[in-house]
Design a binder for this molecule. Structure first.
Ligand SMILES: [Zn+2]
Length: 426
């Protein structure tokens, strides 16, 4: 049975708002409530799911719709169900109210990324309802713990249950939103993301009494170290994805706006400082956590080697966590399909390849050989740039832009599964 398109829009909006109302702030996460909600909808539509937990209440949910040709690599639609914390005192509306006002749905997770989670659900349900077999398996994954590094989510799934999430292609977050630049509209598609290397640097000096000052202590040495890191420019290197973006936008290293700066080098940002335990004691040790981000082609060793050129050989260095960068080719049928459909859905606009300075679940799914793209389409107006909404106060999503994105997403996914839009929707 085909699903009327306007009914699909209304239903998807309703699922999306229900998901926003489920408080899955991480920490602690509690993604179980979202997984159970989704499992209920899938079950009501005759779709089996698998729930997997790496820790109590950190539930991941996987659904799979079998395709006709097992030779074709599966397509996976991925979303994470956890959200970053919201400080209600800085919000105009309840971050977990999913209120509709001024044409928007307001709430934490509106753009990152319960809207896409609902879109993934909508397509799977409509496909099964239509009773049509796609040409390849369709996997839908709703993961836990993305916002804190994916250890209980995508990383756990990839390392412990690879057969459930091994796909040829993944459509995940951070891409497909309207970007305004130089009077034109673009839709960045994430094709690469930086890796991360989080390290703790510790310096020591003789401890002493706070009543007897001295110029060199662990704290003054750490302050000097942090200043040096903040002022250092790490080696600039134009990677393939960035050169593709520059080519599409007519930019160069010299003319690129500041937005591109983190994409041109490894970066090292001091984020947590620890020293001292009593007001009249000069501590013997002080440390800083560095949020290191690595370009495609780099690894932990190359990052540490570069960091050492800035901080010198002396500070003790401990790697707290790391994950490699990921990069996918744009020379695929799926990328071309995305670009064609964007051009048709927003005449005059163009898809451009994009590298994310941050990290998503894609870096883990890519380990199993998947081509991963950030494609979570939504049409945004010039007054609500993506950057202001993503993890921001008053996170919200325009309803008309959500419907526009749902339609574009359905076209791309169904076409890639060898199906016509009109065979599933009416
Ligand atoms: Zn996200």
């Amino acid at each position: 049975m085909r699903t009327p398109w306007d009914a699909c829009e209304r239903q998807t909006l309703s699922w999306f708002r229900d998901l926003v109302r489920l408080d899955t702030t991480s920490p602690p996460g509690n993604e179980r409530i979202a997984a159970e909600y989704l499992a209920g909808v899938y079950a009501a539509n005759g779709i089996e799911t698998v729930s997997l937990e790496a820790a109590p209440d950190r539930t991941n949910l996987i659904a799979r719709i079998r395709g006709s040709r097992s030779s074709e690599a599966p397509l996976m639609l991925a979303s994470h169900t956890d959200v970053v914390p919201a400080e209600p005192q800085h919000w105009t509306r309840d971050p977990f109210g999913a209120e509709i006002a001024e044409g928007y749905v307001w709430g934490r997770g509106a753009i990152d990324m319960k809207s896409k989670c609902a879109m993934d659900l909508a397509i799977a349900v409509a496909l099964v309802r239509a009773g049509i077999i796609p040409n390849r398996d369709l996997i839908v994954a709703a993961t836990a713990d993305e916002e804190s590094g994916s250890r209980f989510g995508a990383q756990f799934l990839v390392e412990r249950h690879p057969d459930l999430v091994r796909a040829g292609f993944v459509l995940n977050e951070v891409g497909g939103f309207t970007m305004y630049m130089g009077g034109r509209r673009f839709y960045p598609i994430q094709v690469a993301e930086k890796g991360f290397v989080t390290v703790r640097l510790t310096v020591s000096a003789a401890p002493g009494h706070g009543s007897i000052p001295r110029p060199v202590t662990a704290i003054t040495r750490l302050a000097e170290l942090i200043t040096r890191i903040a002022n250092a420019q790490m080696r600039i290197r134009i990677t393939r994805p960035v050169s593709q973006t520059f080519a599409a936008l007519g930019l160069s290293r010299e003319t690129a706006p500041p937005l591109f700066r983190p994409m041109l080098s490894n970066t090292a940002t001091p984020t947590i400082v620890s020293a001292g335990y009593k007001d009249n004691v000069i501590p013997g040790e002080a440390s800083v956590v560095i949020d290191g981000r690595t370009l495609p082609g780099e690894d932990v060793a190359s990052f540490i080697a570069e960091l050492r050129t800035i901080v010198g050989p002396e500070p003790a260095l401990e790697v707290i966590k790391s994950a490699p960068p990921a990069e996918s080719s744009t020379d695929t049928p799926l990328y071309r399909l995305i670009a064609e459909n964007i051009a048709a859905a927003d005449p005059g606009a163009a898809a451009i390849p994009w590298m994310l300075p941050g990290a998503t679940d894609s870096k883990f799914f890519a380990r199993l050989g998947a081509v991963c793209y950030g494609f979570s389409p939504v049409k945004l107006g010039p007054m609500t740039p993506f950057g202001s909404l993503y993890h921001g106060n008053d996170e919200r999503l325009p309803i008309d832009g959500f419907y526009w994105g749902l339609r574009l997403y359905a076209e791309v996914v169904l076409n890639f599964l060898g199906l016509e839009f009109d065979s599933v929707f009416e």
